[in-house]
Structure formats: structure tokens, C-alpha cells
Design a protein. Sequence first.
Length: 474
Amino acid sequence: MTADIGLVGAGVMGSALALNLADNGYKVAVYGKSPHKVQTCAAAAKEQNLKGEIIPCATSAEMVAHVRAPRPFLLLVPAGDAVDSVIAELRPLIDKGDLIIDAGNGNFHNTRERTKMLEADGYAFLGLGVSGGSEGARHGPAIMAGGSPALWSRVEEPLKAISAKHNGEACCEWFGPDGAGHFVKTIHNGIEYADMQMIAEAYGVMRDGLGMQADEIGAVFQRWNEGPLGSFLIEITGQTAQIADPETGKPLLDVIQDKAGQKGTGRWSVIEAQHLAAPASTIEAAVVARNISSRKDAREEMEALFGAAPTELGDALGDRNTTLNALEQALIAGKIACYAQGFETFKAASATYEWGLDYAAIARVWRAGCIIRSVFLDDIARVLGEDSDAHLMATPFFADLMRDNQGGLRNTVAACATHGLPAPALSAALSYFDMYRTDRGTANMVQIQRDFFGHHGFERVDKDGGGYHGPWVV
Ligand code: 6PG
């Protein structure tokens, strides 16, 4: 019984995390469905001469027997039923007080349920959001934890040790009880979807609006990566757009089918935002875009039916440089709107579930290791640190950025609309901004209709209180 931790799941993420733990001097007992993958992982630890050790285990019982009590177990298995099967498999083998940590992309509702169920029986459970893909898992992911603080203190040290560091600060934090960690990761993924979609829309403007080639487009993203848009996603966009397909020699981007997959976390973030009445329209547009992307047959049919849009922009936005400047501004303003939506959703969730989320801490954890890491998150962490209740878009720093860049967003969205270039996420970001900056909106029209057909009542602009009605005969 010498291992510090047990790890279930020797797939890409599980193996990478096990190696990361071993790299940091921990002894990890690893068990997985595939004995081959378990052995490969253990061999890799030896080959890489890591400080710690990986003990390959043929059964879950063998893994449990290796770990020092009170035992922590990290589960790196697909979200959903697989987590419940592993919990069921471990329960008869472990002792009360042992700690099961779900480090997959769990749905936070399931995490809440599992926490309740296991705690009722004397076991312990934590939900852990881990971001950064396999590279991050191996060399430093961002980690978002949820569960009881006492349990967190048992594993905080190894998890902080393996996490990404931003200026020496661990990107690993506990955010609140039960499902808080998985919720933070879910919204991270919603924002990830929106960031990716807005980038794809900018790519569409360059490819179909300006007739640019993939490598030229890649160079533009590389340039943008040096400015306010600097981020992992912009960086890999610049890199990957310039890669050739080894089979055909064509740009790899051009031979990839335009259908995007999804495992569901983006969709969950939108569903949760809707439940919480938080406006997350840019994130929602990104999920819808993935859904429509997968309906390739229908898109082919409708292009034949309606004809392709006249996507060439010509000089609608000025010359190429002016157009690209507008596009960069559109991405900056769209990103502000999208993050504002994410943080509005956090606020609503924190109040509803009584998590006491620390919004600045969330932004701090996202600064390194995770997929949405960017220079921008430093500013978010700073402004929310100064005023955690503020609406991100209204903080002096981001309000100035919004003022400077909303023109580019508006012109880009307008040009996309008149030329039939789909820009759902950027359009949603612009509408979100326009709705918020409009003091006198149009909901009085909705209210008069509601009162007419449903006697729902309204507030008046000239009197206090609510419950006023129109002169309808009911
Ligand atoms: C991360 C990623 C990672 C993965 C998701 C989203 O933070 O490391 O979000 O968790 O990319 O599974 O994948 P889908 O695009 O398939 O939903």
C-alpha cells in the first residue's frame, strides 16, 4: 500500500494525467479497461525516467489494494454511465472516507446527485473540471474543483502540483460545493464553442468574402495572435490553417468536411443558462451553428433550392486591410460579449445553487492550461477582482474596448447580412450589446400583448409598482 493515488481510465486523458502525477513525484496505481493501455502508460513513465512511479494494475481490486488510506481515486472515464459503473465497481472494494474524484466532463447535475448519494453512504466525492486536452493533462491543465472544502484540502496539493501555472500561480482552484467545479468547466466549454465559432465566422469572411487562401488566412490569425486577441485558439488557428494535407498537398483545412462534432458540454451550458434565465445568446448561436453544420444533406438541398449567397464582399467594408481591421474588431467585441454572457450565467448559478463563486478566481484559473486561455483573461481577472459584481461589458476597461471595437463588429455583421455570409455568433454578440445599451427597449409591446390576451399586468413609466391593466373588456 504505497501508492498516493489510484487512477481509473488509461485512455488519452487518463494516461496523460497519470504521467503528469508521476512527473511530479507521485506514485499512481493505474487501472483501465484496456490492459495494454495501462501497461503502455506504466512503460512510458519508466522510459521518461519520471520522479514518481506508475503501478499498472490488472483489476480495480489490485488498484485499490495499492493505494494508501484514506484513498483518493481519480476517474478519467467518459462522462455519464461509465462514471456510475466505475463507482459501482469501486464501492464494494473501498472504505468509508475514501474519495472518488470524477475528473471527466461531468454534467454538474449528475455530480450533485453522486455527491449526495456517496456522502449518504459515508463515501466522499468531488467533481473536477479539467481543461487543456491531452497536452494540458500531461504538462499542466487548468483544474476547476467542486465539492466539500474538507475533501478538497486532501487533494489540493497534488492537483495544484500538476496544474498549469500562470506567473507561478497554480491554475487550479476549488469553486464551491457539489457541482460547482463541473459547472465552471461546462461554461468554460460553452465559451470555448463561442470562441471557436466566432473564429470560424471570421475565417468564412476571409475565405468567401475576400477570396483568401488558407495560408493567407493563417497568417492573418498569426498576426492577430500578437494583439488583444492573443490566445491558444487564435494561435492554433493560425498554425493549422497553414498546414498541408500530406496526402494531397492541398491545405488540410480545405480537405476537411464542414461538419462539426460535439460531445454535449456546449449544449449543456446553453440549457443551464436558459434554466437560470441568463442571456447566453452568443454561446447558443455557436451550438446551433454546430447543429446546422452537421446537417450537410439539408444544406446541399437548400443551396440548390435557393442558390448560393453572393458572398464576395468586394469593397463593402473598404479594401482588404480595412476589412481585416473591422474583422479583428468584430472578434474583440464579440469576445467581450461572449465572456460577459458566461459570467452572467455564473452569477445566476451562484445565487441559485448558493455556491459563492469567486468570478475573478475563475478568470485567474483560465489564464493558463485550458483551451480558452488568452491575454484577455488577465484583464477579466483584474477587473472582476476590483468589482466582482460588475457586468463585464460595463467595467471601465471593457467598456472602453467595446466602444473602440463595436463599430467593426457592427460593420462586419451588416456586411455579412447583405452578402449572405452566415455570422450567427457575431450577430448574437452585436444584438446582446445593442439590447443592453438601449434604455428604452420594445418589451412594452410584448407586455401590452400579454396583458390583452392573458391579463398578466404591466408596469407603467409614470407610476410606481406593477399590476396595471389596459382598458380591455374581460
Ligand atoms: C478542454 C476541452 C475538452 C474537449 C471537450 C469539448 O477544456 O480540454 O473542452 O474538454 O474539447 O470535450 O468537446 P466537444 O467539442 O466534442 O464538445
